[in-house]
Design a protein around this ligand. Sequence first.
Ligand code: 13P
Ligand code: SF4
Length: 378
Amino acid sequence: MPAVLDEVRTINFEDYLVMPDAELHERIEAAREELGSRVVILGHHYQRDDVIRHADLTGDSYQLSVMAAERSDAEFIVFCGVHFMAESADILAQDYQKVILPDLGAGCSMADMANIEQVEDAWEQLADIGIIGEYKVAPMTYMNSTAAIKAFCGRNGGVVCTSSNAVPLFDKYLKEYDKMMFFPDQHLGRNTGLKFGIPLDKMALWNPREELGGNTEEELQNARLILWKGHCSVHSRFKPWHADQVRKETPDIKVLVHPECMYEVVEKSDLNGSTSFIIKTVENAPAGSKWAIGTELNLVNRLIKNHPDKEIRLLAPDLCMCATMYRIAPQNLAWTLDNLIAGVVVNEIKVDGETKKWATAALERMISFTEQNHDKKN
Ligand code: 13P
Ligand code: SF4
């Protein structure tokens, strides 16, 4: 352990801002060694390299939620991701475990586009005009949402999905229900609905700032899918003309995008899928193959570094980085771990009991269905 660690008992975050990188990494490693199996560090694929190098487990949002639930031996789950991911880890964690987000400012702009009051109000409006009652309506929320919205879905017979299991979950709920309401990412909802042949005129867009979400009663009666008006500020920067441009420059290039991109971009791509799907596709691709990838910059840069035998580039020429995820830096991680050694739990993410109960129902429906579906396929 570096001698300097002994001096750190009253921990001031400002001190970490002026530390040289080498010292920060040394501190993180030393703290990890001291904490041993009491701590597990999780890192989402979009996390920066200088943080991901310290993660015990890396994955997409689905994998990380399952991995966090499996590490019941760890007292502390340090989540290097964004707020909704840490909340999901806390929902699935044991009571004695503490989930920590090293920077509380690491939110998700998409998750912030739907709050529970708006969602409850939308549901009430749908009940008032008789849609809920006359039809069986399933609420489904993307993982990128608050715990309160997950709990809302849990209470109302609905479920959570991630980009890696949206397709089988849509399949199940579209068969069992007359209509689905999907929060908060209109693009993942639209792209997945289109995979099931739902035409665009059977999809209503719900704007929470307008009466009936900006729709007529007839439009809502006619809709098979009601999509919340939310989007990812990173993935919405990819435009259809980016795909046209890369194909013009490199005709044999393959365009691979995340389904949070708008459907006009997905339509022009060769393949689309979750961050894990993107990673696996590139890993399995032959040497010399060419890829333009429409997802977060840190992940694309890591793919470029790990696959020097393939020609990989970001689909857009300008920066597409998840700025909130990027807030978690080695400074935050070192400060968090040094505090744990000093017996202080900083930045704990705690979901209240009632919310946890119903959010667990929605998350467990997702996990058990995904595991069964996976077993059937293998
Ligand atoms: P994944 O579910 O693919 O990890 O995506 C999470 C996310 O926030 C993408 O923007
Ligand atoms: Fe949220 Fe987009 Fe960042 Fe994913 S990339 S965490 S959806 S802001």
